[in-house]
Design a protein around this ligand. Structure first.
Ligand code: SF4
Ligand code: SF4
Length: 306
C-alpha cells in the first residue's frame, strides 16, 4: 500500500522508485510501523501525522479521521499549504451533493410545503412518530439527530450549539416532506426484506443501484470504524453478518447495514435491507435517496449534521 496517512501517494514519487525513500503506508499498516522505526532511528524523531495516525489506528487522515485537518496539519508547513487546509475546512462544512436518480440536482417542489401546510399537524405527527413544535414546526428524529421542519420559513433546521440553525440539504428536505405526506398509520412490520423483494425492485439497477460502494470501500476492512460510525448515528447492533446495524433515518423507516469483512480469500461485502413496510411509505426513488443519505452519513459520522 503506497499511500501514507497524509494522502501522499509514494507510488508516483521518483524518490520511491530510486529507493531513496520508502512508503509510509496507511496508519494501520506494517509499512507505517517500519517507517516510524526508521524515522526514529535515522532522525531521532517521527512525523507527527504518521505517529498520530498509527497510534489512533487511522489509515488515511483525510478519509478516516473526524479531526482532519488537525493541529499536526495546521502547524505546517509540511505536507499541505495553508490554502489547501482552508479549502478542506470550508468544503467539509458543505452537505453532500443532492442528486436525483437521473443525476440532476434535487429540487424540492414547493407544492409539498403547501400540501403540508394544508394538512392537520397532529394527525401527521401521530402517523409519522414526529411531534408538533409550535407555532409552525414539526420535529422528528433523523439518524439520531433532531430535525425541525419550519413550515413558515419552508426550510429544515437542525439543533446545533443550543439553537435551531437552517440547513441546506435538499435531499433530506425532500425525503422528510415525502415521508410526512405519505406515511401511514400503524407500526412497521419487523419483517426484514432485501431490495429484490420490494415492489419496484426493478428500479434499483444500473444507474439506480443503491449507494453502497463508498461505504464498502471505507469500512470493508475496518469493522471497528464501521461500528463507531453507526453508533454515532444512533444505530443499534444486530446479530447478522460479521457486523450489522439498524439505523433509523426516519422514525418508521429502519435500514439494516450488514457488513462481511474481507480476508485473503474473500472480498468484503455489504448489504442494505429494509422493513417490509418501506415501500408503503416511500416511493422507489425515495428509498434510493434514503440509502444515499444514510451511506453519506456513515462516511461523515460523527460530523453528520453537526
Ligand atoms: S507527511 Fe508524514 S505521513 Fe505523510 S508521507 Fe511524509 S512522513 Fe508519511
Ligand atoms: S488527529 Fe490528525 S494526524 Fe491524527 S489521525 Fe486524525 S487527522 Fe491524522
Amino acid at each position: 500500500m503506497p499511500t501514507g496517512p497524509c494522502g501522499i501517494n509514494c507510488d508516483v514519487c521518483r524518490l520511491k522508485l530510486l529507493g531513496i525513500c520508502s512508503s509510509c503506508g496507511p496508519g494501520r499498516s506494517v509499512e507505517a510501523e517500519k517507517k516510524l522505526d526508521a524515522q526514529i532511528r535515522i532522525f531521532g524523531g517521527s512525523c507527527p501525522v504518521l505517529a498520530c495516525a498509527h497510534e489512533s489506528r487511522v489509515d488515511y487522515c483525510l478519509r478516516d479521521c473526524g479531526h482532519f485537518p488537525c493541529r499536526h496539519f495546521e502547524s505546517g508547513p509540511y505536507p499541505f499549504s495553508e490554502a489547501y487546509i482552508r479549502m478542506q475546512k470550508r468544503r467539509r462544512k458543505d452537505a453532500p451533493v443532492s442528486r436525483d436518480p437521473s443525476g440532476k440536482d434535487v429540487n424540492v417542489p414547493q407544492e409539498y410545503w403547501q400540501e403540508l401546510n394544508n394538512r392537520n399537524i397532529d394527525e401527521i405527527c401521530e402517523k409519522a412518530m414526529a411531534r408538533a413544535c409550535p407555532p409552525e414546526g414539526i420535529v422528528l428524529s433523523f439518524l439520531g439527530r433532531e430535525i425541525l421542519l419550519d413550515r413558515q420559513g419552508k426550510c429544515l433546521k437542525s439543533f446545533k450549539n443550543d439553537k435551531w440553525s437552517k440547513i441546506e440539504y435538499p435531499m433530506i428536505e425532500l425525503l422528510v416532506l415525502v415521508y410526512l405526506l405519505n406515511v401511514g398509520h400503524g407500526p412497521i412490520s419487523n419483517e426484514i426484506v432485501g431490495v429484490h423483494e420490494l415492489k419496484d425492485s426493478h428500479f434499483f439497477q444500473g444507474p439506480h443501484e443503491l449507494k453502497v460502494k463508498p461505504v464498502l470501500d471505507r469500512f470493508g476492512n475496518d469493522p471497528e470504524a464501521f461500528r463507531e460510525a453507526a453508533e454515532a448515528l444512533g444505530g443499534e447492533e444486530r446479530d447478522m453478518a460479521d457486523i450489522a446495524y439498524r439505523l433509523f433515518p426516519l422514525p418508521k423507516v429502519p435500514l439494516f447495514y450488514l457488513l462481511w469483512v474481507g480476508d485473503e480469500e474473500f472480498e468484503p461485502r455489504l448489504s442494505v435491507l429494509f422493513d417490509r413496510t418501506v415501500d408503503r411509505f416511500l416511493s422507489a426513488d425515495a428509498v434510493w435517496g434514503v440509502v444515499n443519505v444514510v451511506s453519506d452519513a456513515l462516511l461523515m459520522a460523527p460530523n453528520f449534521l453537526r
